[in-house]
Write a protein that binds this ligand. Structure first.
Ligand SMILES: *Cc1c(COP(=O)(O)O)cnc(C)c1O
Length: 356
């Protein structure tokens, strides 16, 4: 069998060859009792906390626990302060500013573009097809014509459209593209699909993003992961800020992993509410279409997104107006809430119809 391509070839030369910052914690590998190496406060934390020591720079316990859930090795995982940090790291690792580029599907999550701009990296937009799936032939053609492309951002289930991308098409792109194909799986826990993890063993340039901000209910804590070939993960670990995840975040994430059953129950309720909300929303004359969703939100095409958005806001309900995105004209994105919250939304919509 042919060896898989080395994904670190997509990394900027200066980064591939650099020596990382060695933290005090990295330099001391032996068991020690007295730590006089990192200029910490030896007494503890005012107020009684025990946060005076620097965190584990490798988040080892957390990565090990998460790796068992995914059935991949911890050497295939990097932990970050939210998956947004991993997106930023990918740009820093792979794209020479002002010269190299990234491709992003559109419509999708705005962070890829924003991050590219911050790094002075140009973006190529890849329009999705009418079903918001990948347009394979057109995308392959676009990738082939751009020699300076280093990153390709896909998102499945996609935000804001809510649908999974076809795994066949994702795999075909990842196999053909010489750079890193990133699949953001922030919403995969809400889909009845395991996502792309199983493809990693045969696709060394495929890279996945996962987050604890959505189904795991930890948006305030900031924990996310990148999953990919250990050669690329090693480089990302080398260039990340040494203490990117604080001890409270590492501990909270470990704790939530011990309650996976509760998460599963919450997801079950959210899926049920998603279906109920979807059916109910379709019945309103102000709504033209509710798109199918594999996520915890619904993309809804309305007759007047601006007007409906403002009306709901006047009723104390905030939804996201996505009308400015290509293919999302007059669309609102509505997160699935608790049953009571969803009832309040439906009641507000009913009362608007009654007033007409
Ligand atoms: C919410 C979301 C994230 C989460 O980002 P974090 O930094 O982990 O909170 C990532 N990707 C997409 C597409 C999202 O919608």
């Amino acid at each position: 069998m042919k060896p898989l391509p080395d994904p670190s070839l997509a990394v900027r030369e200066a980064v591939r060859n650099m020596t990382p910052y060695a933290t005090a914690r990295h330099e001391c590998t032996r068991e020690a009792e007295i730590f006089l190496d990192a200029n910490e406060n030896p007494f503890g934390t005012p107020g009684g906390g025990a946060w005076n020591r620097y965190p584990d720079p490798d988040a080892s316990a957390l990565k090990t626990a998460f790796s068992q859930l995914l059935h991949v090795g911890p050497e295939s995982i990097i932990a970050g302060s939210g998956s947004d940090e991993i997106i930023d790291l990918l740009f820093r690792a792979c794209c020479d500013p002002g010269r190299e580029q990234a491709a992003v599907i559109t419509p999708s999550y705005g962070m890829y573009d924003v991050c590219a701009r911050i790094h002075n990296v140009g973006t190529v937009h890849l329009p999705l097809d009418r079903d918001f799936d990948l347009d394979l032939d057109r995308t392959l053609d676009q990738l082939a014509r751009r020699p300076h492309l280093k990153l390709l951002f896909l998102c499945s289930p996609n935000n804001p459209t809510g649908n999974l991308l076809s795994a066949d098409r994702v795999n075909a792109l990842a196999a053909a593209f010489s750079g890193i194909t990133v699949v953001d799986e922030a919403y995969i826990d809400f889909a009845e699909d395991p996502g792309m993890v199983a493809s990693l063993s045969g696709q060394s340039r495929l890279f996945l993003l996962r987050t604890f901000s959505k189904a795991w209910g930890m948006a305030a804590v900031r924990v996310g992961f990148g999953i990919g070939d250990p050669r690329l993960i090693a480089i990302l670990n080398r260039i990340k800020l040494p203490y990117n995840l604080g001890t409270p975040a590492q501990e909270a994430a470990l704790e939530v992993l011990r309650h996976a059953g509760e998460r599963t129950r919450m997801i079950g309720t959210i899926r049920g509410e998603r279906n109920r909300l979807s059916t109910a929303l379709e019945s309103f004359p102000s709504i033209i279409r509710v798109f199918p969703s594999d996520a915890n939100f619904l993309l809804v095409r309305t007759r007047d997104a601006g007007g409906l958005h403002a009306y709901l806001l006047s009723r104390g309900i905030v939804v996201r107006n996505r009308s400015s995105l290509p293919g999302c004209e007059n669309c609102l994105r509505i997160s699935v809430g608790t049953p009571a919250e969803n009832d309040a939304l439906l009641k507000a919509l009913r009362e608007q119809e009654d007033r007409k």
